[in-house]
Structures are given as structure tokens and as C-alpha cells.
Design a binder for this molecule. Structure first.
Ligand SMILES: [Zn+2]
Length: 127
């Protein structure tokens, strides 16, 4: 993230570290690892809808994982930090860093969006 904006005013230092400084939460630390109810996962900073509950799967990696994404909600960028070549994932609207995209997900696309739970806001939908 390049500059501060009003969306970030209510965020904690831990949240800001992840979304602005490309931090990573400790694996297994997010309550969203155990969230399986119907709903939408929003960007913690600007509340843009990013993932639907039916796009989430248990990858066992310790971070909330998704095999798909709401159309146009996220952007990716090649990230060569930590001596690895990874695909960085951020919010298309406010550029908040979310996590990384790996190619070891389930069929048919084989994609795994490995997302910091701290960068997400879960909005439950009651049917
Ligand atoms: Zn955002």
C-alpha cells in the first residue's frame, strides 16, 4: 500500500502490518480457518467483497484458503521476496495485501488463494 487512507483508520497494528507491509499472520491463528457458514469474505480495509463462502476449502496449510475469487475483486503481482517466486494477491479496490496464490489447489483450476484471515472481514448471510 502506498499511502494511508480513511479506510484504514479503524484497523489494528497487526492488520496494518499484513495489508500494508505484506506481513503474514501466524499459521493457524485466524478464527476464519474454522469458519464454514454461509457468507462473504470482504477486504478488511475497504470491505469490497472478495470471496464467497462456497469458494473456501480446507487446505490444511493454516491459512484460510479459497479455490476461486469473486470476479475482478483481486489483483495479482509477482513477488520475489524471501528468495521465492510467488504470486502476491491484493484487493483490486484499495490494494491491501491479502496473501498469495499457489498452484496446488483442487481441480479443475488447481488454484489456492492462501489468504491471511486478519485481512478479511467475514460477513455472515442468514438464509
Ligand atoms: Zn480493499
Amino acid at each position: 500500500m502506498k499511502k494511508e487512507n480513511s479506510w484504514m483508520m479503524n484497523l489494528t497494528p497487526e492488520q496494518l502490518h499484513v495489508i500494508r507491509d505484506h506481513g503474514t499472520e501466524a499459521p493457524g491463528s485466524s478464527p476464519l480457518n474454522y469458519e464454514w457458514r454461509e457468507g462473504v469474505y470482504q477486504c478488511i480495509a475497504c470491505h469490497a467483497p472478495l470471496f464467497k463462502a462456497n469458494m473456501k476449502f480446507e487446505s490444511g496449510c493454516g491459512w484460510p484458503s479459497f479455490f476461486s475469487v469473486i470476479n475482478g475483486a483481486i489483483e495479482t503481482e509477482v513477488d520475489t521476496s524471501h528468495h521465492m517466486k510467488r504470486i502476491e494477491v491484493h484487493c483490486a479496490r484499495c490494494k491491501a495485501h491479502l496473501g498469495h496464490l499457489f498452484q496446488d489447489g483442487p481441480a479443475p483450476n488447481g488454484e489456492r488463494y492462501c489468504i491471511n484471515g486478519i485481512a478479511l472481514n467475514f460477513e455472515r448471510q442468514i438464509k
